[in-house]
Design a protein around this ligand. Sequence first.
Ligand code: MN
Length: 232
Amino acid sequence: MKFVFLPHQAPSVPVIDTEERFPVHRVYCVGRNYGDHVREMGGDPKAEPPVFFSKPATSIVVDGEDVNYPQATTDLHHEVELVVALKAGGRAIAIEDASACIYGYAVGIDLTRRDLQDLAKKGGRPWDVAKGFDQSAPISAIRPVDQGSHLSSGNISLQVNGELRQDGNLSEMIWAVPEIISSLSDFYQLKSGDLIFTGTPAGVSAINVGDHLRAAIDGVGEVELNMLAAAR
Ligand code: MN
């Protein structure tokens, strides 16, 4: 095959304690998946089915790299999330078959231009510019899990400059991981290499240049980053 210019390198995530990397295919996200966060955003947790959106695979930030404050916002928010990494996929996957698709888990931060998201919600417009910008998906190394198992509890937290801002438990998720995989596969053909950000607990707040973020999930890992000045 002859390309008109060199293709960009495919994004990948390190696998914890190995030299191997997980090649990323797509990045899906779930909105509104913890009751307290839904309530803080003014919604009723049980009123609607899962909300799905996506980010470009190129938006992931790996290997502990820092992030530049993005352009076009003055209200950047953090959302700590459990990330599911798939080793298999399909369409219309049954809930009881979903766990077999899981390769492992990581800790992710769904960075959000909240001012642009508020405008999109008010105008009934897509969330792409609020969610899918460059460097919008920092992620830890992936921790593989045993075949057929899935995570259903464990502390999930995020600190800014050492101050606890988000502090929840995976058991508070409205839709559990197998339900998310099953539901998402009714809309998309899931594939090995897909990542799914599974929603955030309460406590989202603004981040400023110079802030240090540390996100952690019990039994999964942690990711840290510094918020650098805007790229020029
Ligand atoms: Mn989110």
